[in-house]
Design a binder for this molecule. Structure first.
Ligand code: GLA
Length: 393
């Protein structure tokens, strides 16, 4: 949608919301605009949640695009296709907005083959060795879509299905969109009918929070994450090697050549894997074969919301802090980007043009009894949260 039309829509909805009704597409007007905002940005710097069409899938399913904004001007756009985070506009230290996630302008890009830009990944984010696992002695065979291993939920994972809108609006201190998906028993080889939902909440204190809920009717395994590729200087502007990263992890899971954990959790101390004190991503990447694509064992151990990572981009001043209740985070430096994908605003994505911090359970946990469990039982509720907090310095 053209910016002017979009602004009109926001303003129209603002009138509705000021008349006291809270509904789909609600907007709460900001009391005071931020001083450095550009004229266009000023108008959208208010809390809102809106819906528009994003097109149709090849088999004719309607796909929508939801836009959440807050009074700092942060704008998150999420589509019902794959529950994908399509864009995330965040101010730099001068108040200028830039989209800091890689992806596509149009639905077609997401329907085609792409490396999970912004997607919700499931049922099992990351790899399952030899594409199989056992539960109660029964072997479940999955698609071997990453050499002999299973990656990111299979051929048609949660990133490639249309999610259903459950809720959209401004609630308390956040603009919210909640999407749901029912994955049927046997889908992609996994047992159990799984009802899951993902809620994106953009808060007034500049946090984009993603919460995941699920229930199953049969014992199954589950590991959901968001696979956004970030570049805090702005998507498509170059590589992310100059970003400073802190990872709150003293250990990582050692992997074999297929990126399947060997079972050993090794100390990062004195190695290029160590980000316990902030270091630029590029400072030692040359010493890591293929670049970073590793699961870090978070010091929190998971279970409670704790700081997992902090990233600072010096030219823009943007800072992103990630809090999660998950026990691990996959740090991936876009090693497989090679210029073959043209993304938003006709930007060509080269190697290392984005980094991912996929909060998650450890790879291959279904086959690693010593790793924190990923088994979900009937009657149990899967509920996890990851929050991305933005600021500048
Ligand atoms: C994850 C994996 C990577 C790669 C990307 C998608 O982050 O760990 O190896 O498969 O997804 O390209």
């Amino acid at each position: 949608m053209k910016a002017r039309v979009w602004i009109k829509l926001v303003l129209a909805v603002a009138v509705i919301s000021m008349s006291g009704c809270e509904k789909k597409g609600a907007t709460v007007k900001e009391p005071e605009a931020k001083p450095e905002a550009t004229p266009e940005a000023k108008e959208i710097r208010q809390m809102s949640a809106n819906e528009e069409s994003f097109g149709k899938t090849p088999d004719g399913k309607q796909v929508d695009l939801y836009t959440l904004t807050n009074t700092s001007g942060i704008r998150a756009r999420i589509t019902s296709f794959g529950a994908i985070l399509v864009s995330l506009d965040v101010p730099d230290r001068d108040g200028n907005l830039a989209d800091i996630t890689l992806g596509f302008d149009k639905l077609d890009g997401y329907i085609g083959v792409h490396p999970y830009f912004g997607a919700i990944v499931g049922r099992y984010a990351n790899r399952i060795g030899k594409a199989a696992f056992k539960l109660d002695g029964v072997e479940y065979k999955l698609a071997a879509n990453n050499d002999v291993n299973h990656l990111h939920g299979g051929i048609k994972g949660f990133d490639k299905v249309v999610w259903r809108l459950e809720d959209l609006g401004v609630k308390g201190a956040g603009a919210v969109v909640k999407l749901s998906y029912i994955s049927e028993d046997g889908e992609e080889g996994y047992p159990g009918n799984l009802a899951c939902s993902v809620t994106y909440t953009l808060t007034e204190d500049d946090k984009l929070q993603i919460s995941y809920e699920a229930e199953t009717d049969k014992k199954t395994v589950l590991n959901l994450t968001n696979h956004s590729y970030f570049n805090l200087a702005g998507q498509g502007t170059g590589d992310i090697l100059g970003h400073e990263l802190m990872l709150n992890a003293d250990k990582y899971t050692v992997v074999d050549e297929g990126l399947i954990p060997t079972g050993e959790n090794r100390s990062v101390k004195g190695t290029p894997m160590d980000f316990t004190t902030p270091m630029t991503i590029g400072s030692r990447i040359g010493q890591v074969e293929g670049g970073y694509d590793h699961n870090y064992v978070l010091n929190s151990g998971g279970g409670t919301l704790a700081l997992a990572a902090k990233v600072y981009e010096p030219t823009s001043g943007r800072v992103m802090e990630i809090h999660t209740d998950q026990p691990g985070v996959q740090f991936y430096t876009g090693n497989f980007l090679d210029g073959s994908v043209t993304g938003k605003a006709a930007k060509v994505y080269q190697k290392n043009y984005g980094f991912c911090l996929e909060t998650q359970h450890f790879p291959d946990s279904p086959n690693k009894p010593d790793f924190p469990t990923v088994v979900l039982f009937p009657g149990q509720r899967y509920s996890t949260v990851t929050a991305y907090k933005f600021s500048t310095k």
